[in-house]
Design a protein around this ligand. Structure first.
Ligand code: GLN
Length: 252
């Protein structure tokens, strides 16, 4: 009898914890009090990076205009790239916007907006590197940003044991400068920004993969996804997105 009571108490306690967890989840899926929270990794110029204490860049500005259209205040959380999707899935952030490539694997976890930009994976090497094309990458030490498409492709094509995963692009480029790796595979625009900011680096002519960037949402929050997507469509149609892109990526 005593045991039965104990079991009953325990069962009730477990049910209570589960119901709390369930409540927390559904509550956090709606946009909280006039805010649009965007998770990003602000080490990815010109899409997101720090200017003093502020996160600026193409994604930050487009998100700002989207928030304006929805009458919300944009709040940007700077987290590691591989925390963005889990955070969006958990309802911790309303959306992820981080020069994020649409992939089939990610589509199983989150929903994506329409694409607003194109990316290309490229290879950064030291200016005097023996690596002159992607055909030379076999057996070389490759630096990537953890959990990015650069990481996924490099690990698949050249073996996990040859790939060093850094928390962000800055650290990967530091690794290359300090000869910890022989090259860095990363998106083309950040690559250009890193090469510009660091002497003695160059980008190989042959590129690695073409991609589409989009905003990610919790699969249960299709209402927000639709609203943001409608705002994005308008901003693309009226030239606002192109204007922002041209400001950060001047035509060559
Ligand atoms: N486009 C790449 C990806 O989605 C890298 C994005 C990033 O590092 N911010 O995986």
């Amino acid at each position: 009898m005593k045991n039965l009571k104990k079991i009953l108490a325990l069962t009730l306690a477990i049910l209570f914890v589960f119901s709390l967890a369930a409540c927390g989840k559904s509550n956090s899926l709606t946009v909280t009090e006039g805010k649009l929270t965007m998770a990003t990794n602000a080490s990815f110029p010109p899409y997101e990076y720090y200017d003093g204490d502020n996160i600026v860049g193409i994604d930050a500005e487009i998100a700002g205009l989207i928030a304006d259209k929805l009458g919300l205040e944009l709040e940007i959380a700077d987290v590691e790239f591989d925390s963005i999707i889990p955070g969006v899935q958990a309802g911790k952030y309303d959306m992820g916007m981080a020069g994020m490539t649409v992939t089939d694997e990610r589509k199983e976890k989150v929903n994506f907006s329409d694409s607003y930009a194109k990316g290309v994976q490229v290879v950064i090497v030291k200016a005097d590197s023996a690596i002159t094309s992607i055909d030379d990458l076999e057996g070389k030490k490759i630096g990537v940003q953890q959990a990015t498409t650069g990481d996924i492709y490099a690990s698949d094509d050249y073996g996990e044991e040859n790939v060093t995963k850094y928390a962000n692009g800055n650290l990967a480029v530091e690794g290359l400068k300090n000869d910890k790796v022989d090259c860095v595979i990363i998106d083309n625009e950040p690559a250009k920004a890193y090469v510009k900011a660091n002497e003695g680096l160059k980008i190989l002519d042959t590129s690695y993969a073409d991609e589409d960037y989009a905003i990610s949402f919790n699969k249960d929050n299709t209402e927000l996804q639709e609203k943001v997507n409608a705002a994005l469509k308008e901003l693309i149609a009226d030239g606002s997105v192109a204007k922002i892109v041209n400001k950060y990526i001047p035509a060559e």
